[in-house]
Design a protein around this ligand. Structure first.
Ligand code: SF4
Length: 282
């Protein structure tokens, strides 16, 4: 029986991208190939907020107790090994039981499943088929993988996704690709992988979502968009304001919306920030 290390599993409203406003189960897997310590920092500098939290990690028993950060990756505990004890390794059976507990009707209705991270397309691809094949998951019609767009799909998982969708015409697969620009602190060549993202389009709908704080970020996004288009990417592009906490989000959400309008791109909010203050489990 396969297991997945689960950082968080909760029910909320999708706050970003194509499914904004849709009631959703979020399955946050543990592990990421990036750190994104540059978010919210002056160019070239790295956030150290998590270092202070990690020093007192013994004080926290679960995700809900963890402090929020205003710089760096806002889901730091879902990949930082210093917080790994907060993320249990669960069997598919245990994950499905928990999903049934948090779904309001004990079964799938209009809800959508978001498999997020961390980076959910790292090694866990091998475990998703068993989870999705569980009889209690048969009513699920829509899945989004929230990915940083750097991980190719394995041959086995490609074929599984193809069959999952084919078995029911109502089923939809979405890849919400939050490609990391230099403001994240990650290197361009590691983060911008146009060919990989084009491949996602073979198995479902893919769109790009860029986190924007400054004019420079938008200039970087334009360069990246040109590369994705050149590689054949056909999906929509969203601009989304930086801001894991309300004070930062409120500084630039309107500007990012105006920028998106000016350039004929889509705006994605972060509804979890104004609605729930981006607390863990929302
Ligand atoms: S890719 Fe996402 S989860 Fe990974 S470090 Fe960056 S923001 Fe955090």
């Amino acid at each position: 029986m396969s297991k997945i290390k689960i950082a968080e599993l909760f029910y909320s409203v999708q706050g970003e991208g194509r499914y904004m406003g849709v009631p959703s189960v979020f399955l946050r897997t543990f592990g990421c190939n990036f750190r994104c310590a540059g978010f919210g920092m002056p160019r070239g500098e790295q956030s150290r907020e998590v270092e202070d939290i990690a020093e007192v990690v013994h004080m926290f028993n679960n995700y809900k107790e963890l402090p929020l950060v205003s710089t760096g990756c806002d889901s730091y505990a879902s990949w930082d090994p210093r917080f790994k004890n907060l993320s249990p390794m669960l069997t598919s059976e245990a994950i499905v039981d928990r999903i049934m507990e948090i779904l309001p009707q004990d079964h799938w209705k209009e809800e959508h499943l978001v498999i997020t991270g961390g980076e959910p397309l790292l090694g866990w691809q091998r475990a998703y088929p068993e989870l999705l094949n569980h009889p209690k998951m048969s009513g699920l019609k829509e899945i989004t993988f929230e990915t940083n767009g750097t991980q190719s799909l394995t041959d086995e998982f490609r074929s599984y996704l193809h069959n999952w969708r084919k078995s029911n015409p109502e089923r939809e697969i979405t890849f919400s690709v939050s490609a990391k620009l230099p403001c994240s602190g990650e290197a361009w060549d590691d983060a911008i992988k146009p060919q990989t993202v084009c491949e996602y389009e073979w198995f479902g709908t893919a769109y790009l979502k860029f986190v924007i704080a400054t004019e420079q970020d938008f200039a970087d996004a334009e360069c990246a968009i040109a590369l994705y288009r050149k590689a054949g990417f056909k999906g929509h592009v969203y601009l989304m304001p930086v801001g894991g906490v309300e004070s930062v989000y409120a500084l630039n959400n309107k500007n990012v919306a105006l920028l998106a309008m000016k350039h004929g791109l889509r705006y994605s909010d972060r509804l979890q920030v104004p609605l729930f203050k981006n607390e863990w489990g929302t």
